[in-house]
Design a protein around this ligand. Structure first.
Ligand code: BMA
Length: 303
């Protein structure tokens, strides 16, 4: 199964009128809320520091953006950027997973970071103003976290990534996380042979949690695939097809700031369609769609 690229792609491009988003816009989050698509996207300008911008759309294709970022580095632990937002709506609030990128060392807000990378959560009631909650883990190379859109066993559940695999963690308060467990790792002979990480928040279906995740192989080509996880125990992989659903193909997926990257970070379901939003070569934002029932049936049949 292949997703269908939208003919209007890329749906968001760098904006040379604002320096903070003049160079690259990529790896967005999109939630569908009260009849509108709400996007948060990673943006870089001439200083190469990542900030998070916001845009809104009626159809998911044509976007109106705010002129200023909604999240910018606030402290030393994220001085080099706030990256790769993934927003989940849960119990009437919005939770944003983002990667804080600062300098390695000790930071009063989060603790000791060995790599300068901290997988953070923030919360908002209006999608514009965000309050930082804290990290999923500290002191390790860890990112690609995303919150499940429903609690499991009464607890918050988050993906995260301990290289080279996708992991889960659990929390009662979105501040302290425990129960870290590996979900799945790379498959050496396949497109996801080297390293994998979660995409957008998982999709709740009757058959299980459908996930769209990224992976790459020895050639460093980022592709996207699906898997199905058990509803009650999402550390159990039920299905995992061997083929990818999206591979770099368009010029803007092959050439950009980082070549050969389709990096899916949002997969809202609207009117039965999965809207997969993804970064193309770390420079622009693309959209590809698939009917949810077909993507699920294919994942079950091939997995
Ligand atoms: C990953 C992330 C993404 C990026 C990708 C490809 O490690 O940092 O932000 O899109 O690499 O460069």
């Amino acid at each position: 199964m292949r997703l269908t690229r939208h003919p209007s792609n890329p749906v968001l491009m760098p904006n040379v009128f604002n320096d903070w988003e003049a160079l690259n816009v990529f790896n967005p989050s999109v939630v569908f809320h009260q009849g509108l698509f709400h996007m948060h996207y990673r943006a870089q300008g001439s200083d190469y520091v990542s900030r998070i911008g916001y845009a809104v759309s009626e159809d998911g294709i044509v976007w109106n953006r705010l002129q200023r970022p909604v999240l910018s580095p606030s402290a030393d632990f994220e001085a080099r950027g706030v990256e790769d937002p993934r927003v989940t709506e849960l119990d009437g609030r919005f939770y944003m997973a983002y990667t804080a990128y600062g300098r390695a060392g000790a930071h009063p807000e989060v603790g000791q970071t060995a790599t300068g990378i901290t997988p953070m959560y923030a919360v908002s009631d209006n999608l514009i103003t965000w309050q930082r909650l804290g990290p999923v883990v500290v002191g390790e190379d860890n990112k690609d976290h995303a919150l499940f859109p429903a609690k499991v066993g009464g607890r918050y559940v988050s993906f995260h990534r301990r290289p080279p695999s996708i992991w889960l963690a659990f929390s009662d308060d979105m501040r302290s996380w425990d129960g870290h467990v590996e979900v799945m790792g790379p498959r050496p002979e396949l497109w996801d042979g080297k390293r994998i990480g979660a995409g957008g928040p998982p999709i709740l279906t009757d058959e299980g949690w459908l996930i769209l995740y990224h992976g790459y192989d020895d050639k460093h080509v980022y592709c996207l695939g699906t898997a199905l996880l058990d509803l009650d125990d999402p550390s159990r992989v039920l299905k995992r097809p061997s083929t990818a659903i999206l591979e770099p193909q368009e010029t803007w997926e092959i050439k950009g700031d980082v070549p050969n990257v389709v990096f899916g970070t949002a997969n809202p379901v609207v009117d039965g369609q999965v809207y997969l939003y993804y970064g193309g070569a770390d420079r622009v934002i693309g959209l590809a769609t698939a009917p949810l029932d077909e993507l699920l049936a294919w994942t079950i049949a091939e997995g």
